[in-house]
Ligand binder design. Structure first.
Ligand code: TXA
Ligand code: MG
Length: 328
C-alpha cells in the first residue's frame, strides 16, 4: 500500500485525511501521548484493518477518540455524572474512561465487551482531524503489536509505512506514554492502566467517599490489553536498583549495553541520564528506538519510585523487561 506522508498539515490536508477516515481507510496521527492508528469507529470493515495493520489480537479492545464532550452520548450510555466531571477537568488530555457502550459502536471495537474506552486527545492535529471527519475515531497506538508505542514521526513511519493510507507528522509527542485508563463503578474507580494523569490528580475531582482501586496491585486483569507482552524493544531490558547498576554493568560487560538512569549519577558513554521522571517517561520509547538502531543488546533501566508518573513509568518498564530485574 502506498502511504501518503504529510508534514505541516494544511486545512486541505486535514480534510483529505478526514475523507480517508470517512471512506474507511487508515490514518496515523499524532496525539499528545503517542501516535495513534485511526479508523472510523462506526465501521466494522475499517476497524478490521486496524487489527490487521498492527497484528493485534482481536480480544484486545480499542480506544475511541472524540473531539468534544458533546459527542459522548452518541457512543456511550448510562454515563455517570462523575465521568462528566472527570472529562471536564482532564479533557482534552491523556485520560481514557471506560463507559457502557451504545449500539452505534460495533462489537469489533470493544472486542465484544459491553463497554467502550473513550478519550478526547488534546493534540491540535488529532482534534482537528476528528472534528473534520465528524465521526468517532478508533485508535490504538500506532505500533506493531507488542512493540513500544511511536512517539516520533520516524518511529510511526518505521512501524506503519506501507500498511496505512496516510501518516501525519506531528513531531515528537509531548507526554510519551499512553493515556491513563480508568473504569468507574458505583462508589469506586479502577485504574486499568496508569498514565500521566495520576491517582492524586483524579482524587482532586472525586467525592470523598470514592475509592480508587489499582488493578496493577491486585493483579486482577480487567483491561484485556494488560495481559499481552507490551512495549518491548529488540534489546533485552533489565530493571535495576540504582545501587546495583555497577554490578549489572560488570555482569553484561561482554554485550553491547546501554544504561538508563534517573537518580544514579554515572558517567560513561553508555549512560543516558534523564533529568526527572517526566523526562524518563517522555523519552523512554524514543530511546528504545534509538538504542535498537545502534544494535544495543542489553538495556539496564534504573527503577523509579512507584508514585505519581513513576507508577506509569514502572508499569511500562516492567512490561518492557518481562518483569526481569537484576539481582546481584
Ligand atoms: O494514549 C493512548 O491511550 C493511545 C493514543 C493513541 O490515544 N492509545 C492507546 O491505545 O494506547 P491502545 O489500544 O494501545 O491501548 C488501549 C488500552 C488497552 O490496554 C485496552 O485493553 C484498554 O485500553 N481498553 C480498551 N477498551 C477497553 C474496555 N472496554 N475495557 C477495558 N479496557 C479497555
Ligand atoms: Mg498500545
Amino acid at each position: 500500500m502506498k502511504t501518503q506522508l504529510i508534514t505541516n498539515p494544511s486545512t486541505v490536508d486535514i480534510k483529505k485525511c478526514a475523507e480517508i477516515l470517512k471512506n474507511n481507510g487508515l490514518v496515523v496521527f499524532p496525539t499528545e501521548t503517542v501516535y495513534g492508528l485511526g479508523a472510523n469507529a462506526y465501521s466494522e470493515e475499517a476497524v478490521k484493518k486496524i487489527f490487521k495493520a498492527k497484528g493485534r489480537p482481536v480480544d484486545n479492545p480499542l480506544i475511541v477518540h472524540i473531539h468534544s464532550i458533546d459527542m459522548l452520548p452518541t457512543i456511550a450510555v448510562n454515563i455517570p455524572d462523575i465521568a462528566y466531571e472527570l472529562f471536564n477537568k482532564f479533557s482534552p488530555g491523556p485520560l481514557t474512561i471506560v463507559l457502557d457502550k451504545s449500539e452505534s459502536i460495533p462489537g469489533i471495537v470493544t472486542a465484544g465487551l459491553k463497554t467502550v474506552a473513550i478519550r478526547i486527545p488534546s493534540h491540535p492535529i488529532a482534534l482537528s482531524l476528528i472534528k473534520e471527519a465528524e465521526i468517532p475515531v478508533a485508535a490504538p497506538s500506532a505500533n506493531q503489536s507488542g512493540r513500544p508505542s511511536p512517539t516520533t514521526f520516524e518511529m510511526a513511519l518505521s512501524e506503519m509505512e506501507g500498511r496505512v493510507d496516510a501518516i501525519i507528522n506531528g513531531g515528537n509527542t509531548e507526554v510519551g506514554i499512553e493515556s491513563t485508563v480508568i473504569k468507574i463503578e458505583e462508589n469506586s474507580l479502577t485504574i486499568l492502566r496508569p498514565g500521566f494523569i495520576t491517582e492524586d490528580d483524579l482524587l482532586t475531582v472525586l467525592p470523598e467517599f470514592f475509592k480508587i482501586n489499582n488493578t496493577i496491585n491486585t493483579k486482577k486483569i480487567e483491561s484485556p490489553g494488560m495481559k499481552y507482552t507490551h512495549y518491548k524493544p529488540k534489546a533485552k531490558v533489565i530493571l535495576c536498583e540504582k545501587d546495583l547498576i555497577n554490578i549489572a554493568v560488570e555482569k553484561f560487560k561482554n554485550q553491547k549495553i546501554a544504561i538508563l538512569t534517573h537518580k544514579a549519577k554515572l558517567t560513561n558513554n553508555t549512560v543516558i541520564n534523564f533529568k526527572n521522571i517526566e523526562e524518563y517517561a517522555k523519552n523512554l520509547y524514543k530511546t528504545f528506538f534509538e538504542l535498537d538502531k545502534n544494535n544495543i543488546e542489553v538495556i539496564i533501566a534504573e527503577k523509579v519510585m512507584e508514585e505519581g508518573v513513576g507508577k506509569a513509568l514502572m508499569n511500562r518498564l516492567k512490561k518492557a523487561s518481562g518483569e526481569k530485574e537484576f539481582i546481584s
